[in-house]
Structure formats: structure tokens, C-alpha cells
Ligand binder design. Structure first.
Ligand SMILES: Cc1ncc(COP(=O)(O)O)c(C=O)c1O
Length: 454
């Protein structure tokens, strides 16, 4: 007897899925709109490793994968007090729609936050955004047409690569080393691509405590990059959320402080305060700033009023610089634990020596592939992000990113010890059976591993 409606008809919940009980999403898993999506969505892919990370979040697994700041170190009572005060005293304003460019009181404070990096901006130059992630989206939205080229370090922040890809841009990587992006390679790549008729729109660069490489662009190289930008009329997108999290003294001058015409500078409160507010900013040349504000208004009308007023209150009533120092000390101790554990347990690998921020970049012995090794690692109760996620061209398989921001020093040491066992086993397998087939073959490019891993 035929059933009506057929259980697999698009859009209808299968009785079995309804029976799956509370928590099961209603509706068929078939996508009736599959032929309807805009072309640009074809490049929006969830990483195949997401499922593994669901397991990696279990308490028995030491996750060295996520890039989440250690928020238990925040003064939560003081934040609760200031939040209650904000609602009671300024609620009608703080809960209202606000300005598309962001609240002036916060833009004035952002100018002060950037001062240690030598940036002398006016509050009018600042556009407040929904985290620096939205600033990446806005800059891409106003500059990138399909096929345009973005130059980016190899490796690069996976969240930025995802944005560039969603605007159908082509990412061309420029190598970096322990002093950051290599200026000579930048100039060579730029000249070559332009000679080939490519529209190179901007250089994307994370100058301080790089995500994922853990390196910092030296002052000399900052000057060289800016000189190249001037010589070739190249826009530089300086993405700088980790500037104040250096372990050894004051931050270096931002590239924005060296040239205000060629550099868009992005900042964020996510790493120095809390990502849950979703407040970041862009400082841009005036004409660019105007376009960013219009693009932001069309996307979100205005950034979070409540988050902006809460951060403004925090900056003006709490010792926020002291709190950044607390974070720095905490992350320094964890960085030290990770470097000591790598030296003790993983001498077959090489790694970077971050002077701040959250990340260490590890290169595995020849023949090993970090993505192919991940299931074995998760079974061995340790997780990391495979290096291929940070390249748009399918390379990077021999590297991986370890983060030390969230686990305690003891957990970091234990995690690296477990990772060393996994690497040893994997080397044995490779010696016996040869290298695993390149697990990324046929699927080059960036997949989105999820916000907590960014
Ligand atoms: C280099 C870099 N840029 C931008 C972001 C996005 O940060 P947010 O949107 O929270 O400001 C991150 C987050 O990890 C990052 O590491």
C-alpha cells in the first residue's frame, strides 16, 4: 500500500525524525532550494573536520585546537555590576538603535586604545563593527569583485580566507618566516600577478602574534611592506586583534602609523576583553570609511548599542590595562608550558616561538599529514587544527596549529605528551606502509572549521 504523503517528500518531516524526540530539527534533510542558491554559496563549505571537533570538546580530550580567550580570568563580578548600572541608568539609550558608524563615546576610547601602537586617529576615522570579522567582510564587500586577487600570508587566518572566498576572490599566498611576511616575495608576487593582468586589490596581513603562525612582523619589514604599498599603490588590510597581548614589552608601531593612506587597520575587543560583545573596529582613509559605514548600515543598520556602551563603561570605570596585563601573564605562562613540552616530547618536529597571542605553528616530520593524523589524535585524546585549513591552495598539510590560550599549563603539557605519542605511532605507520594519500586531494581551498576554532 502506498503511503501518503511519501515519507521522503521534500519539506515534510519524516515521522521517524519527529519520533527522534525533542531536539531533532523539524523538516526533511533534503534541500529543496539546492538549485536556487547564489553562485557565491558554492564556496561556503563546512569543514569535514567539524564532526571530529564535536568529539574533541569532550572533557577527556585536551583541546589545543580552539582559539577561545580564557574568560574565567575576567572580573565577572565587576562586569555584572557595570552591566546592571548600565541598564538602570542608561538603559533607554543603550538598548536603542544607534549610529551606523558606532557610538562616539566608544570611538573616542578606541583612539586611545590604539595609541600605544603609534596610531594617531580621530574618532571620525573609526568605524565600529560586529567584531573584526565583520570588518573583514565589509572591506571585502566594498573592494572585491569575483576573480579579484587578495594577497595573504601563507598561512593565513582561516576566518579571513573564508570571507575572501565567499566574495569569490582568488587568494595568492606570500610566504612568511620567523619575522613575518617576506617583503621581497610580496613585491615579486604583486608585480608578477599585475603583469599577468590580475586585479590585485589588497594585501591581507596579521602583523602581531599571527594566527596561526605565532610570528610577528619585524619593524624593518613593516617599513618595507608600507614602501611596497606606496610604490605599487597597494592597499594593506592590517588585521591586528593581538597587538596588546605581547609578552615582551610595548607593541611595535602599526603599519597604519607609518602610512594612513594605504592602510586599513582592524582592531578588536575580543582578545583583550570578551568576544561575546562582538565589538571590533576599522580605521580607514576617509573615502573608504564612508563606504564601510554605508556597507555596514545595509548589512546590520548599526553595531550593537548595548555592547558598545558596556565596553565604554568598562574602559572608563575599570582598570582594563591591568586586566590585559593579567591576560598577558596567564598566556605567557601557558606559552612557556607549551614550548617546554614541545622541546621535551616532540623533538622530531619544528615550531615557532610566539612572543604573544595564542598560537604555535608546528611542522611535522616529512611524510606526515596533519589532517590524516587527526582522527588518531582525537582517539588519543588530544586535538589540534590541521594546517591545511589556513591555506587557500590546498597546501599546508605537514603543519598544524596548537593554541595555548584556554587549557591550563598542566593540560597543555599532557596534551603535547599525548600528541607526541600520536606522532610516533603515525611515523611507525608511515615507515611500514608509506605516506597516507593526500587527504585534501580534490578538495583544495578553505573549509570553515567553526567559530570556536577560528
Ligand atoms: C587574526 C584574526 N582576525 C580576526 C578575528 C576575528 O575576531 P573578532 O571578530 O572576534 O574580533 C580573529 C579571531 O580569532 C583573528 O584571529
Amino acid at each position: 500500500m502506498s503511503q501518503y504523503p511519501p515519507p521522503s517528500s521534500p519539506g515534510d518531516a519524516h515521522p521517524a525524525s519527529a519520533a527522534a524526540g525533542a531536539g531533532a530539527a523539524a523538516g526533511s534533510r533534503l534541500d529543496r532550494w539546492v538549485g536556487t542558491y547564489a553562485q557565491r554559496t558554492s564556496s561556503m563549505t563546512a569543514s569535514e573536520i567539524r564532526a571530529l571537533f564535536a568529539v574533541a570538546n569532550r572533557p577527556e580530550v585536551v583541546s589545543l585546537a580552539g582559539g577561545m580567550p580564557y574568560l574565567p580570568a575576567l572580573p565577572l563580578d565587576a562586569i555584572a555590576d557595570l552591566t546592571a548600572r548600565l541598564v538602570a541608568e542608561k538603559g533607554a539609550k543603550a538598548l536603542q538603535y544607534g549610529s551606523g558608524q558606532g557610538e562616539e563615546v566608544l570611538r573616542e576610547q578606541i583612539v586611545e586604545v590604539m595609541r600605544p601602537q603609534g596610531i594617531t586617529a580621530h574618532p571620525d576615522d573609526v568605524v565600529v563593527t560586529t567584531g573584526s570579522q565583520q570588518a573583514l567582510d565589509l572591506v571585502s564587500r566594498i573592494f572585491l569583485d569575483p576573480g579579484d586577487v587578495v594577497l595573504a600570508e601563507a598561512p593565513s587566518y582561516v576566518g579571513a580566507l573564508g570571507v575572501f572566498k565567499s566574495y569569490q576572490a582568488q587568494v595568492e599566498h606570500v610566504p612568511l618566516d620567523h619575522d613575518g611576511l617576506q617583503p621581497a616575495a610580496l613585491e615579486e608576487t604583486l608585480v608578477r600577478l599585475r603583469a599577468a593582468g590580475k586585479r590585485v586589490k589588497f594585501l591581507y596581513c596579521v602583523p602581531n602574534h599571527h594566527n596561526p603562525a605565532g610570528v610577528t612582523l619585524s619593524l624593518e619589514r613593516r617599513r618595507e611592506v608600507v614602501a611596497i604599498a606606496q610604490r605599487h599603490d597597494l592597499l594593506v588590510l592590517e588585521d591586528d586583534p593581538y597587538a596588546l597581548l605581547g609578552f615582551d614589552g610595548d607593541p611595535l608601531p602599526a603599519m597604519r602609523s607609518l602610512d594612513a593612506d594605504h592602510v586599513i587597520h582592524l582592531g578588536s575587543f575580543s582578545k583583550t576583553f570578551a568576544p561575546g560583545y562582538r565589538v571590533g573596529w576599522a580605521v580607514a582613509p576617509h573615502a573608504v570609511r564612508d563606504k564601510l559605514v554605508l556597507a555596514s548600515e545595509s548589512a546590520i543598520l548599526c553595531p550593537t548599542s548595548f555592547g558598545q556602551f558596556a565596553i565604554a563603561e568598562y574602559l572608563s570605570t575599570y582598570d582594563w590595562k591591568g586586566q590585559v596585563k593579567v591576560f598577558r601573564e596567564l598566556y605567557r605562562e601557558r606559552r612557556d608550558a607549551m614550548l617546554a613540552a614541545l622541546a621535551a616530547h616532540l623533538p622530531q618536529t619544528t615550531w615557532t616561538h610566539p612572543g604573544g597571542g595564542f598560537y604555535v605553528w608546528v611542522t611535522l616530520p616529512d611524510g606526515l599529514d596533519a589532517k590524516a593524523m587527526l582522527p588518531r589524535a582525537v582517539t588519543g585524546r588530544v586535538a589540534y587544527v590541521p594546517g591545511g585549513a589556513f591555506y587557500a591552495d590546498g597546501t599546508g598539510g605537514q603543519s598544524l596549529r596548537l593554541s595555548y590560550c584556554f587549557p591550563t599549563a598542566e593540560r597543555i603539557t599532557e596534551g603535547v605528551r599525548r600528541l607526541a605519542g600520536v606522532v610516533r605511532d603515525e611515523l611507525d605507520v608511515v615507515q611500514l606502509f608509506g605516506s597516507p594519500a593526500n587527504s585534501r586531494a580534490g578538495r583544495p581551498g578553505v573549509d570553515n572549521p567553526g567559530p570556536e576554532l577560528a
